[in-house]
Design a protein around this ligand. Structure first.
Ligand code: PMP
Ligand code: GLN
Length: 383
């Protein structure tokens, strides 16, 4: 995992964002919105700072936020984790992922993910010493092949790490797929870790948390984050919930990674999670319209577009433009036409990278006019 110089390197998101900056390009690479989240929540953080919420929060998180997380899960999904022992606040979903993998796996274990996979999974599985196994998600719909999924489980599979809605593909898995994963986890006695940071960003059927499915409750850890739901990605407030003993194990790693997470932001997110239902449905509706604008623009520019059902991202194939290597293109795109995107191959091991060699991931969590301008610029690739 470590490079010859002993470094992990930096994430592809940082690399492409820096390139976008250098060339003043529209950044459809790293997934962050260009409009900040609700003023009510930002004001709540300001109030919390002025009211003195400026010292360490408890390691498990502020009680008011843990209560709000439990209430939110009850309101939307009928789940009710115990805020005292079954909910922990983390420094973004990233820390929840890192702590979980370091706590529960090590050399000799396998961690199974879909492929393409979110980049921190590969890095953290590597740091834990476990082996990373994968089951492929293939275009155009990026749904798993059930036989391949079953074949990817072994008796060494310690964790199956699910991501639904799925980054980078935008796939949303139906109940039957999720139930199959649960059944296979039960059969192989694996823990299910499910990263649901895009839980409110779906454009079709409502999100189904894995933890609600039969057989899942006592072996599932659910991770989410305020970043995407509230368009506040820089606040880095995430959380993890699930069975108390698993949370206790994850907590012991978190204790030594960061110990605790930003106090005033926790207080403010507690208020955010109590916003009316309409807030949560509106963000998905707006994002769906943005998806449609960017997808249509990319299609007009001649790319093959794979319509996502959730997340911030749409994947598109540049092969119809006669381009053979999307990674090379992504490194030149900011200078070439003033747009930045992420090569999907960056979310893959070598075999998967070969399958996704001509695919780019574009983020559509941007203003409508920005998306239109970006699509217009990409159409210049044809010139
Ligand atoms: N998981 C997935 C699938 C993501 O796309 C991201 C990026 N938002 C994260 C985890 C990291 O979330 P956070 O910024 O809350 O650490
Ligand atoms: N999750 C964001 C994405 O997929 C980026 C987060 C990061 O920069 N590490 O674009």
């Amino acid at each position: 995992l470590l490079g010859a110089d002993g470094n992990l390197g930096i994430t592809i998101f940082e690399e492409i964002t820096a390139l976008a900056g250098t060339h003043s390009a529209i950044n459809l690479g790293q997934g962050f919105p260009d409009e900040d989240g609700p003023a009510e929540i930002r004001n709540a953080a300001r109030r919390a700072i002025l009211a003195g919420a400026n010292q360490y929060a408890p390691g498990m998180g502020l009680p008011v936020l843990r209560e709000a997380i439990a209430d939110h899960q009850e309101r939307f999904y009928g789940l009710r984790p115990d805020p005292g022992t079954e909910v922990m606040v983390t420094t973004g979903a990233t820390e929840a992922i890192a702590s979980t993998l370091l706590a529960l796996t090590g050399p000799g274990d396998e961690v199974l993910t879909f492929e393409p996979f979110y980049d921190s999974y590969g890095a953290m599985i590597g740091l834990s010493g476990a082996t990373h196994t994968t089951a492929p998600l293939l275009a155009p719909d990026f749904q798993p092949d059930m036989a391949a999924l079953e074949a990817a489980f072994t008796d060494r599979t310690r964790i199956v790490l699910v991501n639904n809605p799925h980054n980078p593909t935008g796939a949303v898995f139906p109940a039957a797929v999720l139930q199959r994963i649960v059944d296979l986890a039960v059969k192989h006695d694996a823990v299910i870790v499910t990263d649901e940071v895009y839980e409110h960003l779906t454009f079709g059927p409502r999100h189904i948390p894995v933890a609600t499915l039969p057989g899942a409750a006592d072996r599932t850890l659910t991770i989410s984050s305020a970043g995407k739901t509230f368009s506040l990605t820089g606040w880095k407030i995430g959380w993890i919930s699930g069975q108390a003993e698993l949370i206790a194990a994850v907590r012991s790693v978190k204790s030594f990674l960061t110990y605790s997470s930003g106090s005033p932001f926790q207080a403010a997110i507690a208020e955010g999670l109590r916003m009316e239902d309409s807030f949560f449905t509106d963000i998905a509706g707006t994002l769906r319209a943005k998806r449609n604008v960017l997808s249509a623009g990319l299609r007009e520019a001649g790319l093959e577009v794979f319509q996502p059902q959730g997340t911030y991202f749409v994947n598109a194939d540049v092969a119809p433009l006669g381009i053979e290597d999307a990674t090379d293109l992504a490194r030149r795109l900011p200078e070439l036409v003033g747009v930045a995107a992420i090569p999907v191959a960056m979310f893959c091991h070598p075999e998967g990278a070969e399958r996704t060699r001509t695919m780019l991931r574009f983020a559509f969590c941007k203003r409508f006019d920005v998306l239109q301008e970006a699509a217009e610029r990409i159409s210049r690739l044809n010139e």
